[in-house]
Write a protein that binds this ligand. Structure first.
Ligand code: NAP
Ligand code: ZN
Ligand code: ZN
Length: 352
């Protein structure tokens, strides 16, 4: 018998999110049932709720930065017991058999078999889509449940499950570390974690922001310099000097201003996923220094656990503003104004 659970959902692309009762499956042999304590608010939730990527199936319950307490486990579960702290990110399953899944890169599943935490057909509840963390409980197969050290504040750890891994993964993939100069574009949920991680990995870290009011925070979070990206002269001072730039901006913008800053063989990795395409980049900018523009999608399960362990070791969490579930629509408006320091996290007790 599936159980009824309180949630918040978008019913269409233009209305505010409203309460909705959803069903969750009873835990099967390999499942972990989790009472959700905190859920981060990602800009992808907003893109999805407003159908900005044109793929949303309504109603949708967003939320993929989930942290909670285990309330039940299936008979075959070995890694979790009732009472454990547990976390769930953007994925709740994948094909598990293709080369990418076997390599622990489930987000790049070769056959498109990844199951997103919300908005994907739910194989366990036919006819229903998966529903995310804007709800009081979730049931997930144990291989897609992660461990978070008890030393980390649980509310501030929740956004690690997307904002954290989405910046950690490209920093690792492109070798951020001592001797490397790394730029982070945009100081939002992803960007502030990018600054913390690049700094913790030992790279010289520079923040690019459009918000003059974020300069002091950029320095506090670990940047050795903060550049206002609208200031062409300030940008020019960094021309041709970066090994790696992680671009987290959520809207379409001129990429040339940043590719100009890359060294020979430098790479700018786009993680921001705007609704509108970026203007086509200047090809000469790329050709003449063998520069690259790349993309990166969240991270696989093993790397997500590695990132959480790195956070425990370095005592890294997110800078958050704790809100009630009922405040979600105001939070979306503030996120659109780049007015969040630096991640909203929903206290899910507000829905109980
Ligand atoms: P966010 O908290 O809203 O941060 C986005 C930042 O972009 C803002 O804080 C702002 O930084 C900057 N920005 C906003 N409007 C801008 C403009 N008009 N011009 C220049 N910069 C602007 O969003 P987020 O949750 O970090 O997500 C960022 C993007 O990444 C979204 O598109 C999201 O969907 C995407 N995402 C991708 C993945 C992936 O796997 N690739 C995973 C999660 C999220 P400043 O104020 O510092 O300029
Ligand atoms: Zn996200
Ligand atoms: Zn696969």
């Amino acid at each position: 018998m599936p159980t009824s659970v309180a949630a918040y959902a978008a019913q269409d692309a233009s209305s505010p999110l409203v309460p909705l009762t959803i069903t969750r499956r009873d835990p099967g042999p390999t499942d972990v049932q989790i009472d959700i304590l905190y859920c981060g608010v990602c800009h992808s939730d907003l893109h999805t709720a407003r159908n900005e990527w044109g793929m949303t199936v309504f109603p949708v319950v967003p939320g993929h930065e989930i942290l909670g307490r285990v309330t039940a486990v299936g008979t075959a579960v070995t890694k979790f017991t009732v009472g454990d702290t547990a976390a769930v990110g953007c994925l709740v399953d994948s094909c598990r058999e293709c080369a990418s899944c076997k390599a622990g890169l489930e987000q790049y599943c070769d056959v498109g078999g990844f199951v997103f935490t919300y908005g994907a057909p739910d194989a366990h509840l036919p006819g229903q889509m998966t529903h995310g963390g804007y709800s009081t409980s979730v049931t997930v197969t144990e291989d897609f449940v992660l461990r978070v050290a008890s030393s980390l504040d649980p509310a501030a750890a929740a956004p690690l499950l997307c904002a954290g891994i989405t910046t950690y993964s490209p920093l690792r993939q492109w070798g951020a570390g001592p001797g490397k100069k790394v730029g982070i574009v945009g100081l939002g949920g992803l960007g502030h974690m990018g600054v913390k991680f690049a700094h913790a990995m030992g790279a010289e870290t520079v923040l690019f922001t459009t918000s003059a009011g974020k300069v002091a925070d950029g320095l506090r979070l670990g940047a050795s310099a903060v550049v206002i990206s609208k200031d062409a002269a300030a940008m020019q001072q960094h021309a041709g000097s970066f090994d790696l730039i992680i671009n987290t901006v959520s809207v379409s913008h001129d990429l040339d201003a940043f590719t100009n800053l890359l060294k020979r063989d430098g790479t700018m990795v786009l993680v921001g996923a705007p609704a509108e395409p970026h203007p086509s980049p200047n090809v000469m900018n790329l050709i003449f220094r063998r520069r690259a523009i790349a993309g990166s999608l969240i991270g696989g399960l093993p790397e997500t656990q590695e990132m959480l362990d790195f956070c425990a070791e370095h005592n890294i969490t997110c800078d958050i503003e704790l809100i009630k579930m009922q405040d979600i629509n105001d939070a979306y408006e503030r996120m659109l104004k780049s007015d969040v320091k630096y991640r909203f996290v929903i206290d899910m007790n507000s829905l109980r």
